[in-house]
Design a protein around this ligand. Structure first.
Ligand SMILES: C[S@@+](CC[C@H](N)C(=O)[O-])C[C@H]1O[C@@H](n2cnc3c(N)ncnc32)[C@H](O)[C@@H]1O
Length: 308
């Protein structure tokens, strides 16, 4: 089994997420190939990790990689927001989110995540779900397509791209990632076509977000994570674009204002130059960490009990 994803800011995550006791429980909400989970299981010999991922193919890789830790790693195939909703109050010491998709999805999954491939436009993390990228591209209305491309990627040529998609699909269904990438390239001005990033990059991000409802899951999951964390527990989130980071920043700010968490990263932590050079996905990564405030409610109740 070849591991293709390098965990982003692994050392930085380890330096913030330090469990207070030996028998701590960690929820890795986005296990992927298990890079972060492995680092924690190696560093803390009695730590237990509950590893979530909605994609069963990548989770099978993590399970194989982490079987050496026996029952210290428990894989759970699910959306992280669904899992956290039903998890017990104050049941985890460490909670990690490393959002988005893995290098695995681009290079191994064969689901059309990469615009360079001639794979079918699928992009589902959950193989049982009905909505896939081919349906979005071929069946959504032009305005709906333009809006989602703009909202989920801030693509400034969203309207032109949507219009060209609708023209092209009238000639025949668009079924592969490379066919869609060519359509997008032909719909934008030449200067943009040969710019810093491939002109299809943003549209592909938007389609993936739509198919997997990625942005709808973040704030609900963070709300639950705060409940699920034990007092003094730590929550870390790595984001890869501003639409994700904005949600995390605002949610943590509000919770800090309410005295529920303490922000440990006044400014988001970014990857160092060396990491950015060897691991390109880390270039856009931002890490934010909070600690759940200790003893707020308990302190009050203790005072009542002791009559203090
Ligand atoms: C950036 S990768 C994680 C990489 C991992 N930390 C590692 O070191 O290998 C994100 C993973 O989270 C999964 N994922 C994304 N959103 C999810 C969600 N809402 N619920 C569950 N899994 C999700 C993806 O399938 C992907 O495998």
């Amino acid at each position: 089994m070849e591991i293709v994803h390098t965990p982003v800011m692994k050392e930085e995550v380890l330096s913030y997420l330090i469990p207070k006791n030996e028998d701590a429980v960690m929820i890795d909400c986005t296990t992927g190939e298990g890079g972060h989970s492995e680092a924690f299981l190696e560093r803390y010999p009695r730590l237990k990790v509950i590893g979530l991922d909605r994609d069963p193919s990548i989770q099978a890789k993590a399970t194989e990689r982490l079987k050496k830790f026996q029952d210290r790693f428990t894989p759970v195939p699910c959306w992280f927001n669904d899992y956290l909703e039903t998890a017990g109050d104050e049941s985890a010491d460490l909670i990690l989110f490393d959002l988005g998709i893995s290098v695995f999805h681009y290079v191994e999954s064969r689901r059309g995540f990469s615009f360079k491939s001639d794979e079918r436009l699928d992009m589902r993390l959950d193989p049982d779900q009905r909505l896939d990228a081919e349906t979005v591209v071929n069946e959504y209305g032009e305005k709906e397509l333009a809006d989602l491309i703009y909202q989920y990627s801030e693509e400034r040529y969203s309207r032109r791209i949507a219009r060209r998609i609708v023209e092209e699909r009238a000639k025949g269904r668009i079924t592969t990632a490379s066919a869609l990438a060519d359509i997008i390239s032909s719909s934008v001005p030449p200067a943009y076509r040969y710019g810093r990033i491939h002109p299809a990059t943003r549209t592909f991000q938007a389609l993936r977000i739509e198919v997997n409802r990625e942005l709808d899951r973040i704030t609900p999951a963070l709300k639950q994570a705060v409940r699920v964390a034990r007092p003094g527990g730590l929550i870390a989130v790595i984001t890869f674009h501003s639409l994700e980071d904005r949600q995390v920043k605002w949610f943590f700010r509000e919770e800090a204002k309410n005295g529920v968490v303490e922000i440990l990263t006044k400014h988001p932590v970014v990857a160092g130059e060396d990491e950015c050079r060897v691991n390109p996905p880390s270039r856009s990564a931002k890490l934010r960490v909070v600690r759940k405030v200790e003893g707020k409610k308990d302190g009050y109740e203790n005072k009542k009990e002791t009559g203090a």
